[in-house]
Write a protein that binds this ligand. Structure first.
Ligand SMILES: *Cc1c(COP(=O)(O)O)cnc(C)c1O
Length: 366
């Protein structure tokens, strides 16, 4: 029996293709890649992903624990702010801890004296198309930016984490950013054992010059005699996952509107947050529809697309790019049925990994 929609479908072969690129980058550059669980934490795939990465990184206690328990390798612990109640447990899972501010470093570094300690540094420059996701936006709280304060912490830290790229698919733009880091932080870089350039580099995209990126990272590591890390999240799962939905009704109001068994806010929240639309393939043909969700939100619209065939009750629609920042954000808004999680194996077989039901909905509130 075919799997009931809605479900997220992760394609093992497509994930393989991205992971080959991760491997190539690691081999050519000597950089280590730790998976940013914030972007994608569907742990049934970790068996496939983890052998191609050096470990995981986190943005909370739950993520650092998941990384330790389900991903393996090096477990990096980072959070914008650790609470007194969670710091000991976070350290217990961590192979390395990165503090976001000098104050956090001062308060907690003694507890982590047995670990490499890093500080997040904000060089005040970035590459991001969205102000919302720009770590160097005005008044940013993401990382220490004051060189004097950074100076005062150098005896306690062995590394820096600098994350200031978001969906950067341009190698020249990243290389230019690196030039600026070097100009700004050069004297500090010489005193570090490691540096992480965070995530946000879309090096798994078609045509990205992985060789050039690798060479740039390698020469950087050699110049400053340090270990380079990258923290890819989205890039690992780009174009590997779809949200599979079924048309429940077609209504007319100047346009033909296909209502599907999903909801943007609940199952593809990032589209609303960043004011984008979903994508379908091939998005060509004589039949044009607005594809919309079944929640009560008036603007619950995935997008307007062209289809080769007419859509009717029971038609299937496959919404692309439902990997990064999608499953990690799913929620129970409107009580809409939560998409199951399935994996399309290399042999084409679709395997159901997880289903959610009323009990999960109830358990999510109290
Ligand atoms: C979000 C984030 C990442 C992952 O970014 P992607 O764009 O998914 O590659 C890595 N490191 C830090 C510190 C982050 O905040």
């Amino acid at each position: 029996m075919p799997l009931a929609t809605p479900f997220y479908l992760i394609d093992e072969a497509k994930l393989d293709a991205n992971l080959q690129k991760v491997d190539r980058l690691r081999a050519l550059s000597g950089a280590k890649c730790v998976m940013a669980l914030k972007a994608f934490a569907t742990w049934s795939t970790f068996e496939q992903i983890a052998p191609h990465m050096d470990g995981s990184t986190s943005s909370s206690l739950n993520e650092v624990r998941l990384g330790r328990e389900k991903f393996g390798g090096e477990t990096h612990a980072y959070s914008v702010a650790w609470s007194d109640g969670e710091i000991d447990e976070a350290i217990s899972y961590a192979d390395k801890i990165i503090f976001n501010s000098l104050r956090q470093l001062e308060r907690f570094h003694a507890k982590a004296a047995h670990l490499p300690i890093g500080m997040r540094v904000n060089p005040g420059i970035s590459h991001s198309h969205f102000d919302l996701a720009d770590p160097a936006r005005p008044f940013s709280r993401l990382g220490e930016w004051d060189l004097k304060r950074i100076d005062s912490a150098m005896d306690r830290v062995s590394g820096f984490m600098i994350h200031c790229n978001c969906e950067n698919d341009s190698f020249p733009a990243f290389s230019a950013l690196l030039d600026q880091f070097e100009a700004k932080l050069g004297s500090y870089l010489e005193r570090l054992n490691w540096i992480s350039f965070g995530g946000g580099l879309h090096f798994t995209g078609d045509g990205y010059p992985i060789d050039l990126l690798a060479a740039r990272l390698k020469s950087f590591a050699e110049r400053y005699q340090l270990q380079v890390y990258l923290e890819p999240g989205d890039a690992v799962v780009t174009d590997t996952t779809t949200l599979e939905v079924t048309v429940l009704d077609v209504v007319e109001n100047e346009k033909s509107i296909a209502i599907v068994d999903s909801a943007v806010e609940a199952h593809m929240l990032d589209l609303l947050v960043y004011r984008e639309t979903a994508t379908v393939a091939p998005n060509a043909g004589p039949h044009r529809y607005v594809v919309a969700g079944k929640s009560c939100l008036a603007g619950d619209v995935f997008g307007e697309f062209d289809f080769p065939e007419r859509l009717d009750v029971g038609s299937r629609v496959s919404l692309l790019n439902a990997g990064g920042y999608t499953m990690v954000k799913k929620n129970w808004f409107n009580g809409v049925a939560m998409p199951s999680i399935a994996i399309r194996r290399r042999n084409g077989q679709v395997e159901l990994m997880r289903q959610f039901d009323y009990a999960d909905y109830v358990a999510s509130l109290g």
